[in-house]
Design a protein around this ligand. Structure first.
Ligand code: FAD
Length: 494
């Protein structure tokens, strides 16, 4: 049995692994096939996401590329049809969320794909169809000298989807992407089209930001942009215990435009060393080169990255390469746009027996050492293959109701390679819950677009306004037309 490739998952083709973990599962999910392998149900009426582990029955799946009034009419009519049939509806884009957060169980799934981006240089914004992907945005902005202010580290994701998970990036010193949205138009389940911004219908704006498509269907969006620029990196290797102070200093330095950190991942010396990479503008900002795709360095790094699997020596080699060789080879200048113009596929494992699973945790600067201790105690003793962690800065987000950064936070994006077996899955569930407990205990939060392994109680602790969100959702959409697994498994239980 073949695992879904990311692209196949993205197109909604093929199936996914079933789950056999009684106690963690809904009774109607596809289950155990009699071996230790996870089995993927497939079919026209099954939709999956990038995890390959979210196979969900749906009524139909439409790809919609209309825009403006035609799009509004189309979505209104689909909502009316879903209501008449008594089922739900949900819109997705690249479907890289990993726990069916973009999939309506037994409902109408709509995938938006339409670019149509207009640049407004005078106002430093661009207006776009909600389904545009970041690669569309970069392709349009780059020749005009502009760059997205905040987006994920890869360019495959949808714009409205990015607002709907309130994603963050690594340009500094910014908060999540929702803070860069000037305004948007959203179709509510009632059929009403509303314009929302920080000052107009701000309650809806703040609910929809990080609201996982449960508040309304975003049809178009106006987003702030910044000047593209030529940047040069600096590399600083240190003990992990020194990272917070140096990272904070870098974030406060106005010359630093992009920054991230890394930690070593060998089991024996897990998270003892840190590398801080900062980018500053060069003196020469004339004639910037066009944003390239992944260079040979990214492809070579991806090979070394994969060779780490089950190989502690290669984990050490990668750390040496990244901290000693990389800085010598990649000392040249690059542009802001070329750094974020990176496809997810560069990382693809191409292994039918495994799947890449991400986690992300957000912790305050003052508790970062406790966070490191928790990770050292929980992760290396698990059955999971831990491949990478990237540390990012996230400024305070006081807008989004489901905010994961009530104070400025360090975001730790973790990448695991998970075996597609029942033992791999049950160990992943156990380890995730243990990590979340430890992180919530120190006032942190976990990120919601990944695997739905948290308990309801953990969700409530990490997102103290979850009940308020669920209440507002019920007021806006009493028939619960806009729904996905995030509602079914979590918010709908509150
Ligand atoms: C390799 C990889 C790297 C990542 N890097 C980062 C990162 O750097 N920073 C970060 O913050 N996150 C990161 N993520 C997480 C990522 O931001 C989310 O998974 C996001 O959902 C991906 O966008 P998408 O287009 O795949 O969204 P989808 O999974 O298709 O949708 C996500 C949510 O948005 C809703 N939605 C989509 N379109 C609309 C619409 N038009 N109106 C209303 N709701 C809508 C959906 O209902 C769903 O709930 C990464 C994920 C992967 C797999």
């Amino acid at each position: 049995m073949k695992k879904l490739s990311r692209r196949a998952a993205l197109l909604g083709v093929g199936g996914a692994a079933g789950w056999g973990l009684s106690g963690f599962l809904r009774a109607d999910l596809p289950t155990y096939a009699g071996t230790n392998r996870l089995v993927s149900p497939t079919g026209e009426k099954i939709l999956n996401d990038a995890s390959g582990l979210s196979a969900t029955p749906i009524q139909k799946h439409l790809h919609v590329s209309d825009s403006d009034q035609a799009l509004v009419d189309r979505i209104r009519s689909e909502i009316a049809e879903a209501r008449a049939a008594g089922h739900c509806l949900n819109v997705g884009a690249a479907r890289h969320s990993m726990g069916a957060q973009s999939i309506p169980r037994e409902g109408t799934a709509i995938t938006f794909s339409n670019a149509g981006i207009e640049v407004d240089s005078a106002n430093q914004t661009f207006r776009s169809h909600a389904g545009a992907r970041w690669f569309d945005v970069i392709t349009t902005l780059d020749p005009k000298g502009w760059s997205p202010k905040v987006m994920q580290s890869n360019h495959d994701f949808g714009l409205a989807a990015t607002y709907s998970v309130n994603a963050h990036g690594w340009p500094v010193p910014f908060g999540p992407m929702g803070s860069t949205v000037r305004s948007l138009r959203m179709l509510l389940a009632s059929g009403e089209l509303v314009t929302c911004s920080p000052t107009q219908n701000s309650d809806l704006f703040n609910l929809g930001m990080g609201g996982y498509g449960l508040i309304g269907v975003v049809v178009d969006i106006e987003v702030t942009m910044v000047k593209n620029s030529r940047l040069i990196p600096s590399f600083d290797l240190m003990n992990a215990s020194d990272f917070t102070a140096k990272f904070k200093k870098a974030i406060e330095d106005p010359a630093v435009k992009m920054a991230y950190g890394r930690l070593n991942v060998e089991r024996e010396s897990f998270f003892q060393k840190a590398l801080l990479i900062t980018y500053r503008e060069t003196d020469d900002q004339e004639k910037l080169p066009a944003a390239g795709g992944s260079g040979w360095m990214a492809h070579a790094a991806s090979r070394i990255y994969r060779a780490q699997l089950g190989n502690e020596t290669f984990k050490s080699f990668r750390w040496w390469n990244e901290t000693r060789v990389g800085p010598k080879l990649s000392g040249g200048d690059v542009t802001r746009n070329s750094l974020i113009n990176e496809p997810v596929v560069t990382l693809d494992d191409r292994d039918p027996n495994r799947t890449d699973i991400l986690h992300e945790y957000f912790v305050g600067f003052d508790v970062f050492d406790s966070f490191l201790d928790a990770c050292r105690e929980v992760i290396p003793s698990s059955y999971q293959e831990f491949l990478n962690v990237t540390l990012r800065y996230v400024a305070q987000d006081g807008q989004s109701v489901l905010s994961y950064a009530q104070v400025p936070r360090i975001g730790a994006v973790m990448s695991f390679s998970q075996e597609l077996t029942h033992r791999g899955e049950s160990d992943q569930v156990r380890m995730t819950r243990e990590l979340i407990d430890r992180i919530v205990e120190i006032g942190g939060a976990y990120y919601l677009p990944y695997r739905p392994h948290a308990t309801l109680d953990q969700l409530k602790k990490a997102y103290p306004r979850a009940e308020e969100f669920a209440h507002a959702k019920r007021q806006l959409d009493p028939e619960l037309i806009l729904r996905n697994n995030f509602w079914d498994q979590y918010l709908g239980q509150l």
